[in-house]
Design a protein around this ligand. Structure first.
Ligand SMILES: [Mg+2]
Length: 185
C-alpha cells in the first residue's frame, strides 16, 4: 500500500481541530503564519453544497482581515473549486492531485513572496492533506470531515488506508493518535 512508502512521521498533523471554526487564526498569525492553503471538500463544504453560507463567508472575511492570504487547494474539478473560491474571493488550485507535489507547487507559484514557515495547510484527510503537506515540508491542521456519507469512492478508499495509518500512529505516536481519534468524539 502506498502509505507504507512514506515514513509514519509524514502523517502527523500540526494540530487537530473539529472544524475550521475551531482554529485560532489570530494565534497562527502571531506565530508568523501568513498563508493558508485550504482544502475544500469536507473541510469547508460537504459534497452536496456548492456555495459558502453566511457563516463561512464571514469566517473568510475575518481570516483575511487578520492578514492571511488564502488559497483554496482541491483535488476536485475546476467548476466546483472556482465557484466556491470566487464566492469567498480567494485564489484557487483545482485538480491538485494531493498528495502529489504538483498542486502545492502551483499554489506556491501564485504567491509573490513566501517563506515555507509562513504557510499552514488545512484539510480533512491524512492521505492527501497531511501527507501532501509533509512532502513539501509544510504543516497541516487536520479537521474532522464535515460529512462522510456522501463520500466518493476514492475518498472511501483513502479512509480505509487512513485506518491503517492510524494503527501505525497508535503504536509509535499514541498521543498524536489520541488527538486524531478525539476528532470523532
Ligand atoms: Mg477534503
Amino acid at each position: 500500500m502506498i502509505h507504507y512508502l512514506f515514513k509514519i512521521e509524514s502523517f502527523i498533523p500540526y494540530a487537530c481541530r473539529k472544524t475550521v471554526y475551531d482554529i485560532d487564526y489570530n494565534k497562527l498569525y502571531e506565530q508568523g503564519k501568513r498563508i493558508l492553503l485550504m482544502d475544500l471538500d469536507n473541510t469547508l463544504l460537504p459534497y452536496d453544497k456548492e456555495y459558502p453560507d453566511s457563516e463561512l463567508k464571514s469566517l473568510f472575511r475575518r481570516i483575511k482581515d487578520i492578514g492571511f492570504t488564502v488559497i483554496i487547494m482541491s483535488n476536485n474539478v475546476e467548476a466546483r473549486v472556482k465557484t466556491f473560491a470566487e464566492a469567498v474571493e480567494c485564489d484557487y488550485v483545482y485538480s491538485a492531485l494531493k498528495p502529489l507535489k504538483r498542486g502545492y507547487q502551483k499554489a506556491l507559484k501564485k504567491l509573490v513572496h513566501y517563506d515555507h514557515r509562513e504557510i499552514i495547510c488545512i484539510g480533512d484527510q491524512l492521505l492527501t492533506d497531511v501527507l501532501g503537506s509533509s512532502r513539501l515540508g509544510l504543516k497541516c491542521i487536520l479537521v474532522k470531515p464535515i460529512m462522510k456519507k456522501s463520500e466518493k469512492w476514492y475518498t472511501k478508499f483513502n479512509r480505509t488506508m487512513e485506518s491503517q495509518i492510524l494503527k501505525r500512529l497508535k503504536k509509535k505516536y499514541p498521543n498524536v493518535y489520541k488527538q486524531i481519534i478525539a476528532l470523532e468524539e
